[in-house]
Design a protein around this ligand. Structure first.
Ligand code: NIG
Ligand code: FE
Length: 398
């Protein structure tokens, strides 16, 4: 029975019509791998996509929004961010732009600032960058811990992240905590034991920075295996600054994704092409550390699945902008605009093992970005221009 104080939700349907060019990422709905439809319509029912097709065939709906010749794409799926932090590293960036090299050591600066920050400050920071990303079209966002490096500080980071996303990653093995500088093995024991016991309930994923100056292959294996034993799914910071075992380890352990993939041997490329692990490329990091970009063309030609992410963090890549990464990937990594847009949407969804996002098809979550441009190609063609003009997340215009 309904009383006067009850709110009765009235299901409403909205049709977005006259989309000049729609990327569905569903080849059964339109042309090519992006499933492109010209003069398209999308019907949103509650938080889901109900119908997709040509405007002339769109069913009757409660509301109709005229896209007026603008293009639409699925909301971006960002599978890699480090948003639970305090402070910034402007000085480090300045020094780099005067010639100093990037190293994992800078992470310690952010660890100190993050430990000293209140929950309110950390939460407000996360909220700020989640909204910043959302307005640039990112409707799904993974968030990692990794700037706490004590059991309590890592668990705190994960619960703050969990207030903003379902895609929460435990990265207690970001670097060896400063207190353990003389005894890295004891830090790995802490991470693989008490820290994971406290943190695993708050996370879906376990990550490790497998790199010189962070964790070697054996240590990374111990962390990922301990995470798996507690039900977490691995993802790996792999082969960012140098060649190393990260990619092979990721594939061997069935990681959802190997992230960075900047320095790859032919065997690494083969492993990614043959396995189920997505190669997630983070060109903002190479941009902001003035390094050589990963070779996306080589990975795609070998048959690997590629995702793109801004890797938003205060050290190596302080950008939340997926359009910026698309432009870099097309200009400097050998990707076509179609491949880059796919990698930023469907690729990210693969990296997060999600099939409800990263595509615009009946049943998917109603996440889409309207572009102030006639086609998705303009994301690369007009770099630096804020083309994302409206964003729907779970059926709500944000
Ligand atoms: O993905 N590589 C490790 N972690 C981050 C950088 C973190 C930092 O410099 O604060 C990355 O690039
Ligand atoms: Fe990262």
């Amino acid at each position: 029975m309904t009383t006067a104080t009850d709110t009765v939700a009235t299901p409403t349907t909205t049709a977005l019509v006259h989309i000049s060019s729609l990327v569905t990422n569903d080849p059964s709905l339109g042309e090519g791998p992006l499933g492109l439809i010209q003069d398209a319509a999308v019907v949103i029912d509650g938080d889901r996509i109900a119908w997709v097709g040509e405007t002339s065939k769109a069913p009757a709906t409660d509301n109709r929004v005229d896209a007026a010749g603008r293009a639409a794409i699925p909301g971006f799926v960002d599978s890699h961010s480090h948003l639970v932090f305090a402070g910034d590293r402007t000085e480090e960036f300045n020094a780099r732009m005067s010639g100093r090299a990037y190293s994992a050591g800078g992470i310690r600066t952010t660890v100190a600032a993050t430990r000293a920050a209140s929950n309110n400050v950390l939460n407000a920071n996360v909220a700020r960058y989640v909204v910043e990303a959302l307005h640039q079209g990112t409707t799904t966002l993974e968030i990692k811990s990794g700037y706490g490096l004590t059991s309590e500080d890592e668990a705190r980071a994960l619960s703050i992240a969990a207030a903003h996303t379902d895609e929460v990653t435990f990265l207690g093995a970001h670097i060896v905590a400063p207190e353990f500088a003389d005894d890295p093995a004891a830090y790995v024991d802490l991470v693989t034991g008490p820290m994971l016991d406290m943190c695993a309930p708050h996370a879906r994923w376990v990550d490790v920075f497998c790199e010189r100056g962070a964790f070697d292959g054996d240590q990374a294996r111990a962390v990922l295996t301990a995470g798996k034993e507690r039900g977490l799914i691995p993802r790996v910071h792999a082969n960012q600054l140098s060649y190393g075992p990260g990619v092979q380890l990721a594939v061997e352990l069935g990681a959802a994704s190997a992230d960075h993939c900047t320095h790859l041997t032919d065997a690494d490329v083969d492993a990614l092409a043959q396995g189920d692990t997505v190669a997630t490329l983070l060109p903002g990091a190479e941009f902001s550390t003035r390094s050589t970009y990963p070779d996306a063309r080589r990975l795609l030609d070998a048959g690997a699945t590629v995702a793109l992410s801004p890797d938003c963090n205060p050290g190596s890549s302080f950008t939340s902008s997926m359009p910026f990464c698309i432009a870099l990937a097309v200009r400097d990594m050998g990707m076509t605009p179609d491949e880059a847009v796919w990698a930023a949407t469907a690729g990210g969804a693969r990296a997060l093992r999600r099939d409800d996002v990263g595509r615009i098809a009946p049943g998917a979550r109603a996440d889409l970005a309207l572009l102030d441009a006639p086609s998705h190609v303009h994301l690369a063609y007009r770099p630096g221009v804020p083309l994302v003009s409206a964003v729907w997340r779970a059926g709500t215009l944000v």
